[in-house]
Design a protein around this ligand. Structure first.
Ligand SMILES: Nc1nc2c(c(=O)[nH]1)N=C([C@H](O)[C@H](O)COP(=O)(O)OP(=O)(O)OP(=O)(O)O)CN2
Ligand SMILES: [Zn+2]
Length: 144
């Protein structure tokens, strides 16, 4: 696992946890302006998910680290991003770019967090696509 320093997001929650994991997937960016990226190719994506909250659950967890990893890894690992229902080859806002995959990752994680009684929130998704390229997604509506 790649270890690195991630950008921090300021907030006033009592607890903040971060989960690192990775997954491998194929994709293409379905527009000719994407150059060679319009052709199918693969990456090992490295993700760091930041979750915060004020209350712990009955196990003393803000949220189970393992669940966060599995939500994303089980869905995308060794798959073709373009085939996943979260993405589209029609609308640019749903092309599986680093930016969109980071946003979709946030949406999957936050949808799960919304089911928890202690109501943690996802503050940031850091997604590295290549050794030299990454995106940080922070939801605009997140309470700080
Ligand atoms: N804003 C974005 N730009 C690009 C994306 C993207 O998702 N968002 N994706 C690509 C390619 O699909 C590719 O995955 C990454 O390209 P790049 O960073 O150029 O990769 P390299 O390994 O070739 O980078 P070097 O630093 O030149 O080695 C393109 N752009
Ligand atoms: Zn790519």
């Amino acid at each position: 696992m790649m270890q690195q320093i991630y950008p921090v997001t300021a907030h006033s929650y009592a607890y903040e946890l971060n989960k690192d994991f990775h997954f491998s997937a194929a994709h293409y960016v379905p527009h000719e302006d994407a150059g060679i990226c319009q052709y199918m190719h693969g990456h090992t994506y490295y993700a760091n998910i930041t979750i915060a909250g004020d209350e712990l659950d009955h196990t003393g967890f803000l949220v189970n680290f393992r669940t966060i990893k599995e939500l994303i890894q089980k869905r995308f690992d060794h798959g073709v991003m373009n085939k996943d229902s979260a993405f589209s080859d029609i609308h640019a806002t749903a092309f599986p770019t680093t930016e969109v995959i980071a946003r979709v990752t946030y949406e999957i994680v936050q949808d799960y967090l919304n089911t928890l009684l202690n109501q943690p929130v996802c503050l940031q998704v850091f997604l590295r696509e290549t050794p030299t390229s990454y995106c940080v997604y922070r939801p605009k509506e997140a309470k700080k």
